[in-house]
Design a protein around this ligand. Structure first.
Ligand code: FES
Length: 167
């Protein structure tokens, strides 16, 4: 396959040449190509915003692994989105430390501000709201992540101002 070739799975999903090179670069880092599954999924998600089913065999082909290997990682890892999401994804930590630090109040404030619940996307496609396990910011709970940034502690009264920064 030449350097500019696109990887097209049987059901038509296209991995852009730049992404294919990035996935191959990750693959070549590891003794076992399976170890590169998560990075490959992140590369595809960065471009498309989520990872459709059709991307799985295409990624597997580039890595030289079975589709089940890629699917297993995609299913296990909560930061890989398997359905379309909004332009910004809000992940609200519901693990123990945050739960004990007003998680429910924060969740309710987000729902009220956005008019959606967990698993939903605002009508304008701006935000998707999802629960997530520990974000590693337990000393700053209640914590949430928007796109790649972690915030905490976030008081219910901070929500409107925080969201305003995301177009
Ligand atoms: S428990 Fe919420 S960040 Fe760890």
């Amino acid at each position: 396959m030449n350097d500019t070739a696109r990887t097209i799975a049987s059901d038509g999903f296209v991995i852009e040449p730049e992404d294919r090179r990035a996935i191959e670069h990750e693959r070549d880092h590891y003794e076992q190509p399976q170890a590169a599954c998560i990075e490959a999924l992140k590369i595809v998600q960065r471009r498309h915003g989520w990872v459709p089913d059709a991307a799985i065999p295409a990624i597997a082909e580039v890595l030289g692994v079975g589709p089940a290997d890629v699917e297993g990682v995609a299913t296990f890892y909560s930061l890989i989105f398997r359905q379309p999401v909004g332009r910004h994804v809000i992940l609200v930590c519901d693990s123990s430390s945050c739960f004990l630090n007003d998680y429910e109040e924060l969740r309710d404030a987000l729902s009220a501000e956005l008019g959606i619940g967990f698993g939903q996307t605002t009508a304008d496609g701006r935000f998707t709201l999802l629960p997530v396990c520990c974000l590693g910011a337990c000393d700053r709970g209640p914590a949430l992540m928007i796109d790649d940034c972690t915030y905490g502690p976030v008081a219910p009264g901070d929500v409107a101002d925080l969201l305003e920064g995301f177009a």
